[in-house]
Design a protein around this ligand. Structure first.
Ligand code: PSU
Ligand code: MN
Length: 304
């Protein structure tokens, strides 16, 4: 039973009722991760990528207080135009947004909560949140990691950006019992780069095998999984350039006194401006690739 307070797009409702593959998509990447109008264009393109690979897309947000699974094109455009004016909703922010009748974009954590309640098993995004650099004093560890520990959804992503502390992010995922399955990679992808140099214990080359791992994880009553899918070779950015740009972004954030949930959007925007849009193109390419793989995984999961 889908909770009464969740609005389902009719196509999503039909697909779920008929046990057809559905892929959840997040909306923080629209409102807080990319500039207008590329954000809305990309969100619509990513939905088409999901359809082209045999699944039904369900972009998720809270619209006028209603958790909405499967946004209309007009709702996607609205979030794109609102940008930072829209709230950024992680697990803890959902209830307040609903109570106020407000509108907000869901993070990986917020999207996982609503996807799971709607009965969606596979979710595609760009990168997950993680352990921020300096977390030993700031304690800034994304709620995405804790959500992955408890909510049974498979998240297809290009790893996490190197604005984060990637070794510590992997360490916390291990502590929380979250499988990190490399799809055709032996190492954790680093978002704009294919390889962080950090070894993964599990590599799978076949999505059917990943679907069986999801089933096994959930047969045991466990939580989420990360499916780590590297950015396509042609769209990857040079490593030294990324590292230098991120150092600048981190320094600027510190000078500006940016903290808490404003940190990730601030760093992303800084990198986009510094790269004169090249990082945006890479970001779009990897999200589209993740959507395609997630759709194929959702199909494989139906037959697992
Ligand atoms: N990583 C990106 N782009 C994004 C995000 C992460 O490359 O837009 C967003 C996702 O929605 C993720 C959120 O869930 O940032 C993490 O925010 P925080 O670090 O405040 O938990
Ligand atoms: Mn944070």
């Amino acid at each position: 039973m889908i909770p009464r307070h969740i609005d389902l797009h009719p196509q999503v409702r039909d697909a779920l009722a008929e046990h057809k593959p559905v892929v959840a998509l997040e909306s923080t990447i629209i409102a807080h991760g990319m500039p207008w109008p590329r954000n809305a264009e990309t969100a619509l393109q990513v939905q088409d990528d999901v359809r082209a690979h045999g699944a039904v897309p369900a972009t998720i947000a809270v619209i006028d207080g209603r958790p909405t699974v499967g946004l209309s094109d007009a709702q996607i455009e609205r979030l794109g135009r609102e940008g930072r004016a829209a709230a950024k909703l992680s697990r803890r922010d959902l209830a307040a947004c609903m109570a106020r009748g407000a509108t907000g974009a869901t993070t990986v954590a917020g999207t996982m909560v609503l996807a799971e309640r709607a009965g969606i098993a596979v979710f595609a995004t760009g990168g997950i949140g993680g352990v921020h650099r300096g977390a030993e004093t700031s304690l800034d560890i994304s709620a995405d990691l804790h959500e992955l520990a408890r909510t049974p959804v498979a998240v297809v992503c290009a790893g996490a950006k190197s604005i984060l502390d990637l070794p510590l992010t992997l360490e916390v995922l291990e502590t929380l019992g979250v499988p990190v399955l490399g799809y055709r990679t032996d190492t954790l992808p680093a978002f704009f780069a294919r390889d962080s140099g950090l070894a993964l214990e599990q590599r799978f080359d076949d999505l059917g095998d990943i679907a069986r791992a999801m089933q096994a994880h959930w047969a045991l009553g466990l939580g989420g999984l990360v499916v780590a899918n590297p950015v396509p070779e042609a769209a990857a950015l040079p490593r030294e350039w990324i590292d230098r740009t991120i150092e600048h972004a981190l320094a600027a954030a510190q000078t500006a006194g940016v903290r808490g949930k404003a940190t990730t959007p601030y760093l992303l925007e800084h990198i986009q401006v510094a790269s004169q849009g090249r990082s945006l193109e890479a970001n779009i390419a990897l999200v589209r690739h993740n959507a395609a793989v997630a759709a194929q995984l959702a199909c494989a999961f139906m037959h697992a």
